[in-house]
Design a binder for this molecule. Structure first.
Ligand code: ATP
Ligand code: ZN
Length: 210
């Protein structure tokens, strides 16, 4: 049977848990930080280590058969992939936050305001669903400092504990999306027996954790 390829994050918040999950599934592989592909010795599978942002695309294009990535990344890249299994880690929330002293009080107050974010696609979808037109400022990082610098009136970003918001004089305003890591695959390939076998193993690992 053809060897499967699974894409996981090379380094970052999802890497450790992704490697741990695959090891707990009984898969034997070397976790070389320097190599981008690791063969699994006891299952017809190769592991590709990639930037998380690239994973949905790789799966959609069939370079990888399956992938392990945050729902937020899938939503942001607009790809059309199959959700195979929620994984229960990498949990986070995407929120709109505003300065503590802001005059913004309700959703409609965001009309005409500038919102800085690294997630323009998710934000735009949320705003248009709510008939709000804002000026979305795309920035790739350190979004929290933008209101203080006068670049924006609000931000839209991943919030976990809220500590970064607080230390930048911001407060959560609206929850837009919650996210966790999920296993994705190409549409129409869900019944591949190797993919099914992996899903079974992942489900028993998750059950054992409950
Ligand atoms: P890469 O170098 O692979 O592009 P990255 O810097 O974009 O990595 P990370 O910060 O490692 O991404 O986050 C990976 C994923 O972890 C996020 O897309 C999100 O789904 C999840 N996540 C969970 N908690 C957080 C958090 N507090 N901040 C950011 N991401 C989080
Ligand atoms: Zn990334």
């Amino acid at each position: 049977m053809k060897t499967l390829k699974i894409a996981i994050q090379k380094s970052g918040r999802l890497n450790d848990k992704s490697v741990e999950l695959l090891k707990n599934c009984g898969l034997n592989f070397d976790n070389y930080k320097s190599s981008l592909i690791s063969p699994v010795s006891n299952f017809p599978l190769e592991i590709l280590f990639l930037r998380d942002d690239d994973i949905p695309e790789y799966v959609q294009d069939g370079i990888a058969d399956i992938g392990l990535v945050g729902e937020n990344v899938i939503a942001e890249t607009k790809v059309d992939v199959a959700y195979l299994q929620r994984l229960g880690f990498g949990k986070c929330n995407l929120k709109i936050a505003i300065p503590n002293q802001s005059s913004i009080q309700e959703l409609a107050d965001l009309n005409g305001k500038a919102i800085a974010t690294s997630y323009p696609v998710i934000l735009e979808k949320f705003l248009s669903e709510n008939n709000i037109t804002s000026d979305i400022k795309m920035i790739s990082g350190s979004v929290e400092i933008s209101p203080g610098l006068g670049l924006s009136d609000a931000i839209f970003d991943i919030v976990s504990t809220g500590g970064t918001l607080r230390s930048n004089g911001l407060k959560p305003f609206i929850d837009v999306m919650s996210s966790e890591a999920i296993l994705i695959g190409r549409k129409g390939e869900e019944n591949n027996p190797l993919i099914q076998e992996l899903i079974q193993r992942i489900q028993s690992v998750l059950r054992a954790k409950e």
